[in-house]
Design a protein around this ligand. Structure first.
Ligand code: FAD
Length: 483
């Protein structure tokens, strides 16, 4: 039964109309619902690249949403400004009695939403927020003592043990309740990318809800092989490629979990486990928000990283002389996306070979990743740098050449992204520096000119990394013993 005459549904990272918790609640509780999106200038101002792919993705997804709303006789209301001012202003001007939204757990978003809720209260406008981005949020999954889990496996077991079909039931909005466009036409300003100071970028992925559904339908045919294929970057459907859709909510997490939980095969189980990692890191960020500034295991903040700026720059450009690292970084520069195995390889290389502070790599990914997710990016970097909770032990160091041989055995990914090495054999493409002169000549690649010599020696750097960690770990043990 409707209790409000009119409400706003403020969409942020949930750019779809299907299976949408806040929109379903709004259209249950209000006679007329206006869907609103704010290009948040506090966020946009911090984006360094004017052709930021994420803004292009949002732009196209909003256009698609707008077209779908128009078919229902309504419209999307788009603003460009500070939501702290815009949302209360719109609620007042449009005489909305309530604002409905899905929760966002990033520290900035939480603070922003708290302020907006307080402001709305002054005007007697209700603020309703819902869990939608995840299946479980803190404190749904906690230890017996009521504490957040710090290890993934017990978290995952508790998550799976709690999951019931009702947790992932579809949240169906009643689109008949969308406000007719004539009711708010005068508030609609024309908008495009240029008007908000950005320009179009090429996307490798189809944006919007339709893009999300198409990618999901494709992956469903491959999900049973996920446990076998997921580590091989050259396989087209080895992983789902859905991270960007999860990031912007152009697909519903409930939709994915509903499908995976019905299946018994190993591939689906392994894939569901990855979706749980996403929620695990979300909880870690939520409960231990200091991780955005430093190590989860704070003893590792004492490491003085000796890495050089020039090496960091070469890593960013894919000019380290380590083919798999360079192929990954160049592919990343072109697409804004990277396969999980490669994220691990390049992150490990930056931290444990180049000895650069993991936060520099984290920031570079945050700037360039199309699927950038604060919680997963921070969690991923801290895992690779061995500073996080349930992370890779510090004494385990990836050998980038072995990784290349194991996960790109025929060098397909390298060939695709480093054409200058394409002529090397499967044996030497992973480490062309030691190829016989005749092979170098045949490959038409002059090392040092067409492709760089290695900027560091892995064996030497490995020892230095072990020493750095050992010194800190040793001091931590001594301090604990003395306390
Ligand atoms: C250094 C580093 C940085 C990362 N930064 C991000 C990031 O900013 N945003 C992001 O979404 N993922 C991040 N990840 C996790 C992972 O690499 C990506 O989620 C994955 O590569 C996305 O591809 P996919 O959608 O094909 O994944 P699939 O293998 O199909 O997995 C399905 C979904 O599960 C989730 N997922 C998978 N692996 C992980 C993981 N290790 N941690 C958390 N969630 C996971 C993602 O939402 C993903 O879309 C990072 C990993 C590392 C090592």
């Amino acid at each position: 039964m409707a209790i409000y005459q009119r409400a706003l549904c403020w969409v942020r990272r949930d750019l779809r109309l299907r299976d949408h918790t806040a929109l379903a609640a709004a259209t249950r509780q209000a006679r007329e619902v206006i869907v609103v999106f704010v290009f948040d200038t506090n966020i946009l101002r911090q984006l360094e690249d004017k052709d930021d792919r994420r803004v292009t993705f949002i732009h196209h997804s909003l256009k698609e949403m707008q077209a779908r709303l128009a078919k229902k006789g309504s419209s999307l209301l788009v603003c460009h400004g500070d939501p702290v001012l815009d949302i209360p202003r719109l609620a007042q001007e449009l005489k909305a009695e309530a604002v409905f939204t899905n929760r966002d757990y990033d520290p900035y978003a939480r603070k922003r939403d708290r302020i907006i809720e307080q402001k709305l209260k002054i005007w007697d406008v209700a603020f309703h927020s819902y869990m939608d981005q995840v299946v479980f949020e803190y404190p749904d999954i906690v230890t017996r003592q009521g504490e957040p889990f710090k290890m993934f496996t017990p978290y995952k077991n508790a998550w799976l043990g709690t999951l019931r079909p009702e947790h992932v039931a579809e949240e169906k909005p009643n689109l008949k309740r969308l406000a007719p466009v004539k009711a708010f036409k005068e508030w609609i300003d024309p908008w495009d990318l240029e008007s908000i100071g950005f320009k179009e970028n090429n996307l490798w992925v189809q944006p919007g809800e339709e893009g999300g559904r198409a990618a999901w339908r494709k992956f469903q045919k491959h999900i049973h092989r996920y446990h076998k294929d997921r580590d091989f970057p050259s396989l087209k459907h080895g992983t789902s490629g859905l991270s960007v859709h999860l990031r912007f909510g152009t697909i519903s997490i409930r939709d994915l979990v509903r499908f995976a939980m019905r299946r018994e095969d190993e591939g689906s189980r392994a894939w569901l486990s990855e979706l749980i990692w996403r929620e695990f890191y979300q909880t870690i960020l939520d409960r231990f928000s200091y991780v955005v500034r430093g190590a989860f295991r704070s003893e590792f903040d004492r490491i003085q990283w000796p890495g050089k700026e020039v090496h960091f720059k070469k890593w960013c450009r894919g000019e380290t002389g380590y083919p798999l690292v360079d192929a990954s970084m160049r592919h990343f520069a072109r697409t804004g996306w990277m396969h999980n195995r490669l994220r691990m390889v390049v992150a490990s290389f930056l931290v444990k070979d180049l000895l650069v502070d993991w936060r520099q790599g984290e920031a570079w990914f945050a700037r360039k990743l199309l699927d950038f997710e604060l919680a997963s990016n921070n969690g991923g970097w801290q895992w690779c740098a061995s500073t996080g909770c349930d992370a890779q032990p510090w004494f385990r160091i990836f050998n980038p050449v072995t990784q290349s041989k194991n996960f790109d055995p025929e060098g397909r990914f390298i060939r695709e992204n480093l054409p200058e090495l394409a002529g090397f054999s499967n044996t030497h493409i992973h480490w062309p520096h030691e190829a016989p002169e005749s092979e170098k000549e045949k490959a038409g690649c002059h090392l040092g000119k067409d492709y760089p010599h290695p900027i560091v020696d892995h064996a030497v750097q490995r020892e230095k990394a072990l020493q750095l960690f050992q010194d800190v770990a040793q001091t931590a043990v001594t301090q604990t013993e003395n306390s």
